[in-house]
Design a protein. Structure first.
Length: 605
């Protein structure tokens, strides 16, 4: 997937980098462009490190792989300073247009892609100047100033990497075109129409094949959301418009007796799956433009059966369910919105606790995480001398605070790259800096701050109007030892940098095996699994990189060139690699495409 404009920054509490997320067009009412016909465009420059690194400005120099480094404060290693000590701000650069002359486009639940040649979205927010939200209520400040800053940076530490790495040999396959289409192309409801389109036609030796694909249900002209993609127990599940669909991962045939149909548009979905294999879908309460996103429906991924259903109750005058975020930690569902969050039991839908503002109303919840830990972001003391952000870990069963970490004034907690270990990405709009901090297990104590001045470029979406999507980044992956981040692609292949969580320094880095971007997806069995984006005339790849020894990318799947246009064509997309199969789906339907839009594809041997 390509990054949406201005992805969240990378860097650490000492070497920060920030992306600037543009406002989510779905929330702002901006018309959605149709899927791009060409290749994705490169994202804007990443943000710069902050949290207290003085910065020098040497002349620009060529980078280690021939492409120029960004001039300015990151031409030399930044020197860390005390946590709250002021730093010298460097030049702040606006997002740069992609290689094809257009700015990068924002995306949704996965890898957003640009739409070259299509209607351009407004440039991402953020940047210098005074915030238009000064003096507004804390809740508005917390949600509306969600722009991630982007600034250029040069390499701070280079260890490992091999300029002369060779592309892994492709596996031998029958180079002859196939004579039959992928199984059950379908129309999104799994009806069939087999043989209508052969996506494997002309498949070459060494390429994987499309095992099956699905077309999306017809969407209204304004477009429709298709959030989430879950692969569990042999079933691939996709939410789209007013339906939730389940497919057998091997055959592509419907895995459920019938799709789950909802009365109104889907507006949110949980990324996480509960302990007993369920997800939560939110849909609107009506068809009017101001309809709230306040209806919850639990769905069993294995059977497609509906579980409990509930309408969200707003807690107070300024609490709004126009946009929400859903996260699952263990058996607890957290429904986050403008000023609070309500926790429900995934087992029976009973309310467990409400996470409200604290400190006599000066601190407002602005986002929550799910997964291994429930973290809560707080925006405190808006427009006062004590204005700051905090992060807390909550007991998911009781809502009790386990620990609290306060950040210096001016620092905003934008994203959480990982919950276990806790890796936090912060930005400072005034200083045009970023910071990435890793916490020690089970406490608020700092384990390390990233000390790599680099133009990182994970792909990050944006939260709703009034709530932060803390876990909305693809391409930032952590295990117990390393944080893996992709660098921004400029004139050549990008790199993945493995940053030691013990020191905050680069342990090793590896180039993409092609001239397109390589993006971390997940870690498994001591390997980093990454996605290599497609080009005009070649498909994407799934590769693995060993955490120790040689880090040269090993190709696991090389998608057929015949589907490169489809891979490049999704305005935003979700990806996953499970049990040797690569899954790709759109997260947004344009509604204006000619004919049926592609919804989901599965690749394999």
């Amino acid at each position: 997937m390509t990054q949406p404009p201005n992805q969240p920054p990378h860097g650490g509490f000492g070497a920060p980098q920030q992306p600037q997320p543009p406002q989510d067009p779905r929330q702002a009412g901006i018309p959605q462009p149709p899927p791009p016909a060409g290749p994705p465009q490169s994202p804007p420059p990443a943000p710069q490190p902050g949290y207290g690194y003085p910065q020098d400005q040497p002349p620009a120099q060529a980078g280690p792989y021939g492409y120029p480094q960004q001039p300015g404060p990151y031409g030399q290693p930044a020197q860390p300073g005390p946590y709250g000590q002021p730093t010298q701000p460097g030049p702040y650069q606006a997002p740069q247009p992609g290689p094809y002359g257009q700015p990068t486009q924002p995306g949704g639940y996965g890898f957003p892609q640009q739409a070259p040649g299509g209607p351009a979205l407004p440039p991402p927010g953020g940047g210098g100047g005074k915030s238009p939200f000064k003096g507004k209520p804390a809740v508005i400040v917390a949600a509306a100033v969600a722009a991630l800053l982007v600034a250029g940076g040069a390499v701070f530490a280079l260890t490992g990497g091999d300029d002369d790495e060779k592309e892994p040999a492709a596996k031998e396959k029958d180079p002859k075109p196939t004579t039959s289409a992928p199984v059950n192309p379908g129309d999104g409801s799994g009806d069939g129409h087999e043989g209508k389109e052969d996506l494997n036609e002309g498949r070459q030796a060494g390429e994987s094949k499309v095992l099956w694909y699905k077309e999306a249900p017809k969407a209204p002209g304004k477009g429709a959301d298709a959030p989430g993609m879950w692969i569990k127990d042999g079933v691939a599940v996709k939410a789209v418009y007013k339906e939730v669909l389940g497919y057998d991962v091997e055959t592509g045939k419907p895995a459920w007796p019938a799709p789950v149909e909802l009365p109104y548009d889907i507006c949110a979905a949980s990324r996480q799956i509960s302990e007993d294999g369920k997800v939560v879908i939110a849909y609107k309460g009506g068809t009017k433009s101001g309809a709230k996103c306040d209806q919850l429906q639990v769905i069993d991924l294995k059977t497609g059966k509906k579980g409990w259903k509930k309408q969200i109750k707003e807690e107070g005058l300024f609490d709004s369910t126009l946009s929400i975020e859903l996260t699952i930690t263990g058996d607890t569902l957290m429904v986050a919105r403008s000023q609070s969050g309500t926790a429900y039991s995934m087992s029976d839908g009973e309310q467990m606790f409400v996470s409200r503002k604290k400190d006599e109303g000066t601190c407002f919840p602005s986002g929550f995480t799910g997964g291994d830990r429930m973290l809560r972001a707080l925006s405190c003391g808006a427009s006062t001398p004590t204005e700051h952000d905090e992060v807390e870990e909550l007991d998911p069963k009781t809502g009790k605070v386990k620990w609290t970490k306060k950040f210096p004034k001016g620092w905003r907690l934008d994203k959480v790259y990982s919950t276990s270990p806790a890796v936090l990405y912060l930005t400072n709009e005034d200083k045009k800096q970023w910071n990435i901090t890793t916490l020690k297990p089970g406490s608020s104590a700092t384990r390390s701050e990233v000390r790599v001045n680099e133009d990182f470029a994970p792909e990050c979406g944006w939260g709703g109007i009034m709530v932060r999507d803390l876990q909305g980044c693809t391409g930032a992956v952590a295990d117990d030892s390393y944080l893996y981040l992709p660098t921004k692609k400029t004139t050549g292949a990008n790199e993945i940098v493995a940053i030691s969580l013990a020191t905050g320094k680069a342990a090793w880095r590896e180039k993409s095996p092609t001239d397109t971007s390589m993006m971390p997806m997940k870690t498994q069995d001591g390997q980093l699994i990454a996605y290599v984006a497609p080009s005009y005339d070649s498909g994407g790849r799934v590769v693995s990189l060993a955490a120790s020894g040689s880090h040269t990318p090993k190709t696991l799947l090389r998608n057929p060139a015949g589907t490169a246009k489809i891979e490049n064509g999704f305005f935003s997309k979700a990806i996953d690699y499970v049990d040797g199969r690569f899954y790709l789906s759109t997260t947004r339907l344009s509604g204006s495409a000619q004919g049926r839009e592609k919804l989901m594809l599965a690749y394999g041997e």
